[in-house]
Every structure is written in C-alpha cells, then in structure tokens.
Design a protein around this ligand. Structure first.
Ligand code: DHB
Ligand code: FE
Length: 281
C-alpha cells in the first residue's frame, strides 16, 4: 500500500509530466501565419459559440479563468491535453495510416529505458504486486515479412495504477523497457497486470471532472511504441477484455482492435498475444 506521504499528488505528477515534455522537445515550431490564424480562429470561434449558446455569465467566465490559471500553476496541461484532446489528433493522423491501429501517447512516456532481449521480464520491484502477465507476439511488415531487431517499447502503470518516473515511491525504470525482437520478429515480455488508471483527483483536472459529474477512469492498459528501420513507428495501447471502464474511457482512446484476451496458463500466469504490423515509412 502507498502511504499518505508517498502517494503521488497531482502537482507532483503534473510537474514531472511538464518537465519531461519540455525535455523531450516534442513541440515543432514553424507553422505558417495562415495555419496559425486558421486553427486559432476556429478554436476561438468554438469557445465564442459555447458562450453564446449557453449564455455564460461573468462569474462563470471568471471561474474558468481561475481554473485555467491553476492548471498551468500545477503543471497539469500535459495531463489535461492528453486525456481530453489527444485522441482526436490521433484519429486525424490515423486516417492516413495502415497496419496496427495507434492510440494516444499519453503524458507518461519516458525515453532511454533499459534494453531487453526478445524473451524478457520488465524491471520491477522485488515485491511488485499484481497478477503475472506475459505478452508475446511478432512484429511484421504489411506483407507479412517478420521484422527482426525491431524495438517493442513498453511502459505501464503498476497494480495501484501509478507510473514510475511520476510517483516518488516507485523506482525509475520500473515496468518500462525496450525489447528487441528475435530473428523471427518475435518477443515475449513477462510483467504484471496493470490496474485501471485514475486521473489525479486532487488537482484541477480532477476537480473539473468531479464538478461536471464525470468519472476519472481509464481502463487498464499497456503502452507500446514499436519501431523498425524503414517503417513508420506505431504508438499504441493494448487493453484487457472484460476490464472496467473499457466502454467509458475518460481519454476516449480505446479501439476494438486493441483489446487483449489473456488466458490463465494453469500456473496463475495470464498470457496474451498480439502481433504488430508496420507500414513502410
Ligand atoms: C493520461 C494518463 C494515461 O496513463 C494515459 O494513458 C493517457 C492520459 C492522463 O492523465 O492525461
Ligand atoms: Fe497510460
């Protein structure tokens, strides 16, 4: 059990997510003035239309400003954007893509993790909680050619729903790794079943969710980023059949093609398989 003291706070995970995002420099400058004007005008028109349609009052406008300020002050913009906006950006990108379906990256990716052989166990604490889980599969080209030496990067929450690097009580690199496929493009990764993830309830995003009467949950999931030379990298997530929140993900990032169906192998280990298909770059 986590204690009150070492339990991750919204401000703690928000600040980590913000600094990691800035360090990764995923932002790209260089949009033309026309593009900036077109997109920003459309966003503002959407806000203006919502104000008119709902006759938003001065107190409501000031409450919105105070809330926006708090999101920035505690560093929750990466969390908010990835929960409420990223899925549509991914949907637009997916229109032009073939192969394994993508899903959102989310705010908890960290680069430079431990490299592991094709058959491996993710780094974990000696007393790591959670049902043993093995994910195995193959990485292939669209024409079925196995891709040897591809990277299957994986990261996921622990059995309490927390991510290493964003919760002070979990060692860095825990339940994260970059797995290299074997000569047949295959891999087999031993880990533990992650718990569903809850948006931190003590920060402004959590307060908004509560104020609106929504729920703050994402279904249990594994994050994957699959890379192979000459191919487009697939960033995706895998979910678990029958799991809670699968039909009401707060981040709207599930797809029917991304649901695992693990089965107990008789020893208490749940095994699931998933093959990845990468299109040419
Ligand atoms: C968020 C957290 C996740 O684990 C995820 O996969 C997507 C979004 C978030 O808190 O924003
Ligand atoms: Fe996640």
């Amino acid at each position: 059990m986590t204690t009150m003291q070492d339990s991750p706070t919204a401000a703690g995970s928000g600040a980590s997510a913000s600094s990691n995002f800035k360090a990764a420099a995923l932002t790209s400058a260089g949009a033309s003035p026309e593009r900036v004007s077109t997109v920003v005008t459309a966003v503002l028109q959407g806000v203006h239309a919502a104000i008119r349609a709902n006759a938003v009052t001065y107190p409501e406008f000031q409450a919105a400003k105070a809330w926006l300020m708090e999101v920035g002050e505690v560093g929750e913009w990466p969390l908010f954007m990835d929960v409420f906006v990223e899925h549509v950006v991914e949907e637009v990108a997916a229109d032009a893509q073939h192969g394994t379906k993508g899903s959102i990256l989310g705010p908890y990716y960290l680069p430079d993790q431990t490299r592991l052989a094709a058959e491996c166990e993710l780094p974990h604490r000696p007393d790591e909680k959670g049902e043993p889980l093995v994910l195995s599969g193959q990485v292939r080209d669209l024409d079925g050619t196995p891709l040897a030496g591809a990277d299957v990067e994986i990261w996921h929450a622990d059995a309490d729903g927390y991510y290493s690097g964003f919760a002070p009580h979990i060692p860095l690199g825990n339940l994260r790794g970059v797995v290299e496929t074997d000569a047949e493009g295959k891999f087999s990764i031993r880990t533990v079943q992650p718990a569903p993830y809850q948006i931190p309830t003590d920060g402004p995003t959590g307060k908004l969710i509560e104020a609106a009467g929504w729920h703050p949950w994402r279904p249990a999931h594994l994050h994957l980023m699959v890379r192979a030379d000459g191919h487009r990298t697939v960033t995706t997530q895998l979910y678990f059949a029958g799991g809670d929140w699968l039909d009401s993900d707060v981040a709207e990032a599930t797809k029917p093609e991304l649901i695992l169906n693990p089965a107990d192998d008789g020893t208490g280990t749940r095994r699931a398989s998933y093959d990845f298909e990468l299109e040419p770059a």
